[in-house]
Design a protein around this ligand. Structure first.
Ligand SMILES: NC(=O)C1=CN([C@@H]2O[C@H](COP(=O)(O)OP(=O)(O)OC[C@H]3O[C@@H](n4cnc5c(N)ncnc54)[C@H](OP(=O)(O)O)[C@@H]3O)[C@@H](O)[C@H]2O)C=CC1
Ligand SMILES: O=C(O)[C@@H]1CCC=N1
Length: 289
């Protein structure tokens, strides 16, 4: 692969929320021309049209066109659910060569399982764990590579995900930890926001007003950590007057095990990624699955 960013061909196999988040980042922030992007899925033509309308990307559901687009691509991104991974990757067997980079966003699925399913250990692979905030350029993506990925391919994958937010390059086993932290992480924050809004409503606020105040509070808190460089614990202390209102709320959260529950949630998501990966590896080893 010897190509420039402006001539890069990227094929997305799988056209759901994660594919869209990356496509949007590439087109709107990464300077990738929509013509450089091809997208396909299993059967949902309406969804492909929606993506074409939103971003101008090329698409097809025709087997021959899909195959040609994959063969022509410099980078093939697989973005289907783990349950569809074995069938989806086996379908790509024989279509990829060592000049191409396969990028996986599938939680838990190891590089070894991917190359095993492709039937070629020499295919370069970037295993990634992005998150949905990539949609607005505020993603956080973990990235690791097979030993076969060239320097150029590594740079291209890094540049792709930098156009959707920040990137953390790690050894492959740490990707499950990144899954627990930032891959699943947006959902923890949304869960917290749902509960904050509910508390506001129970306190008598109008739901829209409670939502507006919650959004600004979360945005402001994240931006404070980023802008001041202070530790979250120090910033928390600055909000908390002795024997004041915040202290009363935090005491209640601590008594209900809040910090421990959140840390355990991060670890549980990580271990679930490991379980998914192990199950996929086992199924991939079975020729009938
Ligand atoms: N959502 C998130 O927050 C994150 C998700 N991920 C990972 O991203 C992956 C995708 O998740 P998400 O985008 O949420 O999933 P979605 O359910 O939104 O999308 C899945 C897509 O895969 C397509 N698909 C399924 N099987 C095949 C196949 N055999 N060939 C081609 N396309 C196929 C589906 O097509 P059709 O509709 O036609 O069936 C659909 O377009 C998952 O593996 C997940 O682990 C990673 C980080 C964050
Ligand atoms: O829930 C999941 O399995 C995916 C992976 C990380 C975020 N969503």
């Amino acid at each position: 692969m010897s190509t420039t960013w402006s001539s890069l061909n990227i094929a997305f196999v799988g056209a759901g929320s994660m594919a869209e988040a990356i496509i949007r980042g590439l087109v709107q922030a990464g300077g990738v021309h929509p013509e450089q992007i091809f997208v396909t899925n299993r059967s949902n033509a309406e969804r492909l049209q929606e993506l074409e309308q939103a971003y101008g990307v090329r698409h097809s559901l025709q087997d021959a066109e899909k195959e040609q687009a994959v063969r022509d691509a410099d980078v093939v991104v697989i973005a289907f659910k783990p349950k569809d991974a074995i069938e989806g990757i086996r379908a790509l067997q024989g279509q990829l060569t060592e000049r191409q980079l396969l990028v996986s966003v599938i939680a838990g699925l190891s590089i070894d399982t991917i190359t095993g399913l492709l039937g070629n250990p020499a295919i370069p692979v970037a295993r990634t764990m992005p998150n949905t905030s990539s949609t607005i350029g505020l993603g956080a993506t973990g990235l690791s590579f097979s030993a076969t990925a060239s320097q150029e391919q590594r740079s291209i994958a890094e540049q792709m995900f930098r156009s959707t937010g920040i990137v953390s390059i790690v050894e492959e086993p740490l990707l499950d930890s990144i899954t627990g932290l930032s891959g699943s992480g947006p959902a923890y924050i949304y869960y917290m926001m749902e509960a904050m809004i509910e508390g506001g409503v129970q306190g008598g606020l109008d739901r829209d007003e409670a939502r507006r105040l919650t959004v600004q509070t979360v945005l402001g808190a994240a931006r404070m950590v980023e802008t001041t460089g202070e530790e979250p614990a120090d910033l928390r202390r600055k909000v908390t007057s002795p024997n004041g209102t915040t202290q009363a709320a935090l005491d209640l959260l601590a008594s209900r095990g809040f910090p421990e529950a959140v840390a355990q949630a991060v670890l549980r998501s990580s271990s679930r990624a490991g379980e998914i990966g192990a199950a996929l590896s086992q199924s991939a080893a079975s020729p009938n699955k």
